[in-house]
Design a protein around this ligand. Structure first.
Ligand code: SAH
Length: 261
């Protein structure tokens, strides 16, 4: 999405904003933006928002602010990667790469076909290490916030948390059905058409990824009953540590976060 930095006085509170001078010319003549088109606008410090054009000519563009963003380098969508505990140090990879890409939080959880033996005694130490990885990756990637690494949840706890999210996606590769199933773009389109974006609110999305052994059908059914949408990530089977990174990237691409128009 196009981004413009404007003077604070071009904001009318937190509901409207104006582009003037070269910015208006750029939006209308160069980008050919029209009423209804969105752009990101920032005063460079305090306010960053998504605005939607109401009136446009090459000397002035008027727009309504549709969403206030928490801060400049933070994604508009808060995506939690819920990752069933993987083997070895794969969780570290998920946290490091997920943080760079823009994950909001990480929620490790236990599930039936998990290959690792979950050791409660080691949890505090692992959480400490995972949080440190998130912090370092956040600094390196110029994030404005460090994603939280939550305590390991049981499957029950994960299912109980599903309704707290605006959108819950359950990554599941249905045998032979990967191509025909719902993809992330479909799920986002449906969600956007059904749920009017709340003013000022950052939508919270959870992306659930199974362990090396995959999810069971019973788990998929339970997640669906809890309100999750079952999504495929294409025709190929991704490793557990790849699926969350790919799903997150697709989601943030859909939100307009990954650059470009
Ligand atoms: N079921 C397989 C592979 C599990 S892959 C097996 O038994 O070996 C690990 C996890 O990554 C899956 O549980 C799923 O959440 C996610 N995943 C991998 N490839 C996927 C795809 N093409 N579509 C949706 N989810 C996928």
């Amino acid at each position: 999405m196009q981004r413009y930095f404007v003077a604070p006085e071009q904001f009318d509170g937190t509901s409207k904003v104006r582009l003037t001078g070269e910015d208006a010319f750029h939006a209308v003549r160069v980008m050919r933006m029209k009423p209804g088109d969105p752009f990101i606008v920032s005063d460079g410090s305090r306010v960053t928002a998504i605005a939607s054009i109401t009136e446009a000519d090459s000397s002035e563009v008027k727009a309504d602010i549709v969403e206030l963003l928490a801060s400049d380098s933070e994604p508009a969508w808060a995506v939690t990667i819920a990752q069933s505990l993987p083997k070895g140090d794969k969780m570290e990879l998920v946290i490091q790469k997920g943080t760079e890409i823009g994950a909001y939080a990480f929620a490790p959880f236990q599930s039936e076909r998990m290959i690792v033996q979950y050791d409660h005694k080691k949890e505090a130490k692992r959480l400490e290490r995972w949080s440190k990885i998130a912090k370092e990756a956040a600094e390196q990637s110029h994030r404005n916030r460090v994603p939280a690494v939550e305590a390991v949840k049981t499957w029950r706890e994960l299912m109980a948390a599903v309704p707290d999210f605006d959108l819950a996606l359950f990554c599941y590769e249905r045998e032979g059905d990967a191509a025909a199933g719902t993809g992330i773009a479909d799920a986002v389109r449906k969600w956007r058409s059904e749920q009017a974006p709340a003013q000022d609110a950052q939508p919270h999305i959870i992306l659930m990824v199974g362990p090396e052994g995959g999810f069971t059908e019973a788990e998929a059914n339970e997640a669906e009953a809890a309100g999750a949408v079952i999504v495929g990530l294409g025709k190929r089977i991704l490793r557990t540590e790849t699926a969350g990174i790919v799903g997150l990237t697709c989601l943030l691409y859909e939100s307009g976060e990954m650059g470009g128009a």
